[in-house]
Design a protein around this ligand. Sequence first.
Ligand code: WT7
Length: 645
Amino acid sequence: MEYPYQIKTFEEYQKNYKESVENPEKFWGDVADNFFWRKKWDKVLEWNFKEPKIEWFKGAKLNITENCIDRHLETMGEKPAIIWEPNNPEERTRVVTYSRLHKRVCQFAQVLLNNGVKKGDRVCIYMGMVPELAYAVLGCARIGAIHSVIFGGFSAQSIADRLYDANAEFIVTCDGAYRGGKAIPLKSIIDDALIGNRTVKKVIVYTRTRTPVSMLKGRDIWWEDEMEYAEAQIEKDNVITMPATEMDAEDPLFILYTSGSTGKPKGVVHTCGGYMVWTGYTFVNVFQYKPGEVHFCTADIGWITGHSYILYGPLSAGATSVMFEGIPTYPDAGRFWDIVDKYKVNILYTAPTAIRSLMSYGMDPLKGKDLSSLKVLGTVGEPINEEAWHWYDENIGKHNCPVVDTWWQTETGGILISNLAGVTPSKPSWATLPMPGVQPVLVDERGKEITEPDEHGLLKGNLCIKAPWPGILRTTYGDHERCRTNYFASYENLYFTGDGALKDKDGNYRITGRVDDVLNVSGHRIGTAEVENAINMHTNVVESAVVGFPHNIKGQGIYAFVITEKNTHEDERAKNDILETVARIIGPIAKPDKIQFVNGLPKTRSGKIMRRILRKIAEGETENLGDTTTLLDPGIVDEIKQNKV
Ligand code: WT7
């Protein structure tokens, strides 16, 4: 496969960037010509950020699975699409060729049809990282069902909320999922999530761990039986295939829930045409993928990174994508390096938190591992500190692999700011330059563009984007007004990212982190309000306030200030009960690292919690708390300071 839109030099980048901004319709029309459309568009782009209304490739017809699978069959049918590495290294690897992927996706699409799933229906997928997860996702896409993948670390309550919000009638899950030394009982968690649920009609269960499961007659069915039946149904002359449903470019492809500054996660909606073009384009350009190379993105498909850079981006480019079931430290901290060695991985894409965690094990886990196949290293999910950047560059890349620091979000569909591997310069801990089509701008609190450099010659402000790129979210499921107020209402005619950034004189961007009440814990996005709501569910809790604090491995840790009803302050048990409550309500990933019991919270006279002060205390900066005179009870601050944990 060839990628005529692959940028090869810095000059070409500059030229492409300029063209993409001056004439976006021409630019993206040309890029989109390299994909397979049943019918081309009537108009490349129509938009306004007011409503917002964003339409790319309007009138075009396609099915993304024909781009990710069918069009590769003739020339690459026997090439590996997915190489699956099991949690347990002793277990057999599974190599899924493009033709095998086609067969399985068609079969599963037929399973969905057999069970009454129709175009536009929402299918919730709660599975471990097994190839069947890819078949489930792509099977939905093949018949136009909207998939909503939920990360395996979320609790029954979180799943229930998402099922309700998406009004989902179908679930695909596993009996259990292996992660390191543990097996997570996914089906049993689903059973809990379904207590009181009235919409879900069918639960399809794939067997992975042989964990005993309860199967409810009429509702719960086995993946294996369904697949066998579907196979016989669609087989003709030894070929297993079924036609893909024709989709409009702007039909929804999937929903993915993500946390914001308010209590309830939002269902970010991406559509078929623009998302396909954006993930394909950014994959080929940022990582400079060459045909035949092996790409290993270590993310979970429960997050956007897995959607875009394990599945859709690589597969539309006909790449080989490694899918890893386990965790970086099982059976030991050399696991990533074993995988790189075993499959001769060329591109490794991981998160700063993983790099920092592996750094802490020293050089031993690297001994005897051949990493010479590596050509490109990538990071994503949170700001990367210089120490981790250099460790990655030196010990993994041996100074021979460009490091791409890719900044983006669930809402952006794919990478927005990053260097292009070996093509545009890297700068440690800077995401550097915008992708073609992306027009960032830094603004102050009132939305005025920042033009005056600070004492270091840098511009500093809130990061916004001026115009749509093909992968931008279209709405938040079931609540378009929420999409508008969250992203398009802070500043007129701008998409607001929620991040702060710096810009240097060469036009490079450095993302400094969230400026809203969203935490980034080990690359996972968690809303402070969400954690507070969960803590407040505990019987003895009166009120709580949650802030982030710098954490060596996780990037940010969660610090909770909690007022309890009775005098349970000294009680370790009260802390553990709160942790258990949070794990139940959200999931283990949201458990606070520190809990401090307090008698009061610093509030203004109007009753607003002054988080700025709590953040400083949590960061250990107790000296310089700024103005506290507007507080209702300034004395409380000293008390909190003294009892800091
Ligand atoms: C938030 C989005 C992008 C997929 C994974 C996370 C932070 C992401 C970087 C980076 C600094 C980064 C931002 C962003 N972030 N990448 N390279 N440098 N910060 O997706 O869960 O939607 O989180 O992650 O704060 O807003 P997400």
